[in-house]
Design a protein around this ligand. Sequence first.
Ligand code: MEV
Length: 589
Amino acid sequence: MKKTKLVRKTEVAVTPDRKTSRIPGFYRLSVEQRLAFLARAFNLTDDQIAQLRDGSALRVRHAVNMVENTVGVFGLPLGLGLNFVVDDREYLVPMAIEEASIIAAVSKGALLIREGGGFVSTVDDPVMIGQVQVLDLDDPEKAAAILANHKSEILDIANSADPKMKARGGGVLDIETRILDGGDVGRMLIVHLLCNVCEAMGANAVNSMCEAAGPRIAKLTGGRVNLRILSNFADRRLARACFSLPVKHLSAGTSQGHEIAKKVVEASRFAEVDPYRAATHNKGIFNGIGAAALAFGQDWRAIEAGGHAYAVRKGQYRGLATYRIEDDNLIGEIELPLQVGWVGGAVNSHPGVRILRAISGVQNSRELSGLLASVGLAQNFAACLALCTDGIQKGHMALHARSVAVSVGVAPDDVEKVALEMIKRGDVKVSAAEEIFRNMCRQPVVDRLERDLPVKSFAKGKVVLFGEHATVYGYPGIITTIDLGMRVRIKSDSHGPRFLNPQFKQAFPVPTSDSDFRLFSRAADAALEYYGLQNEPIAIEVESNLVPGMGLGSSAAFSVALCEALRKYKGSTVESHWNSRMFEEAQRL
Ligand code: MEV
């Protein structure tokens, strides 16, 4: 591995409004508080915040232009990896991933590494390789020599496929040839076009260049050209990150710190000599790199393919991150190909990527490569530390239990309690979480309400006096409101969001899986999401004197009263009287 020198740059470049990626207590904030923090720190608009919260930046109207047979948009949790300092710059790392504990672990790894001054990265020029496969050659060696003599002609033809790349200072710089034995298909000549792709990931440009050069290569060699395609084994485009951490930071004292560092080194050697361990070691690295690459709109499959090919380049699959001890310091290093783009691809078509880039502070593809390498190393370091000390299950289980509790609608303040109870029982499942939470909710409802908020709304029911069926055929009917209706009150409730039914002294989390309340819950869930209140500590108390299912408009009254109450709760300045906006909102439910 080319050594990355641990020389720190003197410049400390931090943007004025993003002085640090160290945000103690970020995990304790509610989602709304975290979003408010981001809005302030990065001047994000309400619309951008709503896009982050709801994952709605990518609309189906964008998606139809990205893939074929589009039927929708798929969501993933989005979080921020914290505490990163790379080359003396502070970075928040957006990460999209479904696996619990990845973001907490990477932030923990980065926090420790920060104690030693953070990461130092080096990144190669963005040179990608395009391959042209030539077959049916009588003399492949002679064909290679002919191509070497016509190098500048081939470069010109290849570059004519993307003149702008050349104008930007990039383009195909060189060609190389390899002769491989293809067994039953005979010996083949493989021509590599080495292309500096500037700020692009480069797949499209390089593929076009290979296709442009293919016919001339066939003619010059007298062979038959088959594949013309980029190689994802981007070993000319490596990124490296390293850190040096005084071992005293690994534990309360230096001697225990040495003990832990030694175990991390032992784990490193295990992955260097055993492909079975190396595969898991590298899986952990790509937990971090893949999640961040996805949030940055990158082709994470290309990055992973390149990483795995690099891991086996010496004939045996090995861990990509390694550790050693020097004096009283643990040194961690990673080196892998990172084919990332700052222009083109999903970067342009996914509006959410633009917001996340602004939050991260990354400015170009080189910086992104250094950051991704650091993320991979931090993720691996955190995993190795956990494996060498408590074992992975402790942290995993705690987080997994929390996410199970959240998934069944446990109120934010109760998540910890429900999770701990599941771990105590050794039963971390949806059914256990539901049962524990149900028992907690059976405590008297009134005692659990903290204070009333002055938010109430009322929507009237209706009766059709004449023409109920005639209206179906387009004839007029006579309809009137009645004074009976649906009353909705929003109250503070640390266990919310949930429903309260004061009549029957019942409480239900939102969303609920209880079949009697599922439809009711679905409407409330949609409304809470629409108003961005999914994690709000509130109770929705509903009282009705409309008999449901009798044509008295109870569903419509519920939707209208709920929308009005949530709008008032959000502090909307719009008056609570009926208006067309409210009509649209209620219609959604
Ligand atoms: C789990 O997703 C990843 C780990 O298995 C990685 C490792 O073992 O190094 C924890």
